[in-house]
Write a protein that binds this ligand. Sequence first.
Ligand SMILES: C[S@@+](CC[C@H](N)C(=O)[O-])C[C@H]1O[C@@H](n2cnc3c(N)ncnc32)[C@H](O)[C@@H]1O
Length: 269
Amino acid sequence: MNKPATIDFATAIETSAPAGPAHTQALLDLVPGEARDSLLAIHEVLRRELPQGRLATYEAGGGSSSFLPMDVLNRSHVTVVDIDEDQVRNNTYAQEAILGDVQTYRFEPNGFDVVICYNVIEHLPDVQAALLNFRDALKPGGMILIGAPNPRSLSGVVTKYSPHWFHVWFYRHIRGIKTAGLPGEAPFPTFFHPLVTLSKLETFAAANGLETIYRREVESPRYPEMRERKPLLSALVDAGAAVMNAVLPRGTDVRRGDYHIILRKRLEP
Ligand SMILES: C[S@@+](CC[C@H](N)C(=O)[O-])C[C@H]1O[C@@H](n2cnc3c(N)ncnc32)[C@H](O)[C@@H]1O
């Protein structure tokens, strides 16, 4: 299904610094913290590394919001592929919205400058197929931005091993999102294929013509969110995390619940 859509200027709100870049609603909704800092660093990488002029941008599992910089979105022809009909219908920023599965949907090769797949790979039973599709769809030198939960973190382990109803409960009662779990609304069922683990993802990428140009593990935004909304629960979770960090190998921080990685398609296969 192809559905024309327009960039949602209604959600493009200026930041408090008038001269600074505008951000999408998804970024504005993100609480200040490591995840937001990393995304702002990624925006700089994309501004520096992407070609000037019009861009062909593929939002894989794009849903209805984007974490790309507004200036990149504004000069992009955005194609979104999402498996959820409501998400496709709610998308307002893509020029082309396709109801499809990123694991099987194939574009003509070498067509896109950038693929963004944010908070999606944890939902896929076949991450390998999706990654190879993204690589093939990219122009040589093009980039894939992936954001995903870290399965080797406290929130990653809890998400991976708890049932879907618990995720809905958490979103509704801890995060305060009353529409959680309704059709077309997060949370979506998770699968946690082994390649969601960052080290495995990087190894697979390197073996398949993709070099890492940015990687960062970040504290899950759920922690600062919880500190604001549920200070008592948050203090308990923080104390539990501190105990785990003390007994685990030096340098481990179980709070690093998410990661960001940018992969670049090699010029030579
Ligand atoms: C947590 S949402 C993230 C949406 C958006 N990328 C964001 O960061 O706001 C996950 C999205 O992945 C989509 N999704 C899950 N499995 C998919 C698949 N196999 N193919 C395409 N989209 C998929 C869901 O429908 C949902 O829109």
